[in-house]
Design a protein around this ligand. Structure first.
Ligand code: IMP
Length: 186
């Protein structure tokens, strides 16, 4: 099976290529812009994105809408994560969290997959905490300020390890289970 990965984010491409190749799924990266609608649900953004990509004649692909949801900030940046990353960045998030004791947060990743005329939408969640400072140089986006084990950030662990615990890794496992149910996993 071959799936196109529709994203402009090189970090996502690296994670999908590594995780899907381990499952025997070939990947091809395609950068096709699509509108990210303003809504409070990642799955709605992914569904609308899928409609737009399908309307362009593209089939057999995955795209993902993901974000960081911080408990003490009532889920901010959430669906506005890309905007927050571009504007205030990790330093801005740490500033908002200065003096905040409750550091609980979660990454969510919603994958939309079009395959053989079928549509699959799954969401993976990874709970963790916002660190007190930025640490690590691997990964992308909010990785340097998020820890799933209270010890190392996602930017301090190898990609394979991130994929084994992350929101995206969990979403990929859920996607695989759905593909298996449809008899499409190979
Ligand atoms: P989008 O899904 O491309 O809209 O990304 C939302 C924002 O969340 C972007 O700024 C990403 O950098 C960030 N983001 C999404 N997934 C991850 C991740 O696995 N690690 C760190 N940041 C992420």
């Amino acid at each position: 099976m071959k799936l196109k990965i529709i994203t402009s984010n090189p970090g996502k491409v690296r994670e999908y290529s590594a995780a899907l190749s381990r499952l025997g799924i070939e990947t091809e990266h395609m950068k096709i812009p699509y509108d990210e609608i303003q809504t409070s649900e990642l799955s709605e953004v992914a569904e609308k994105g899928m409609d737009e990509i399908i309307s362009k004649g593209v089939r057999d692909f995955i795209l993902d809408d993901s974000g960081l949801f911080i408990d003490a900030l009532n889920g901010f940046p959430g669906v506005w994560s890309a905007y927050a990353q571009k504007t205030i960045g990790n330093k801005g998030i740490l500033k908002l969290m200065e003096g905040v004791e409750n550091r609980g947060a979660e990454f969510r990743c919603c994958i939309g997959c079009d395959i053989s005329g079928k549509r699959i939408v799954v969401t993976g969640i990874c709970r963790g905490e916002i660190t007190l400072s930025e640490k690590g140089t691997d990964g992308f986006g909010f990785d340097p300020i998020f820890t799933h084990d209270g010890k190392r950030t996602f930017a301090e662990i190898p990609l394979e390890e991130k994929n084994s615990v992350s929101h995206r890794g969990i979403a990929i496992q859920l996607l695989l289970a759905e593909l298996e149910k449809l008899g499409l996993s190979r």
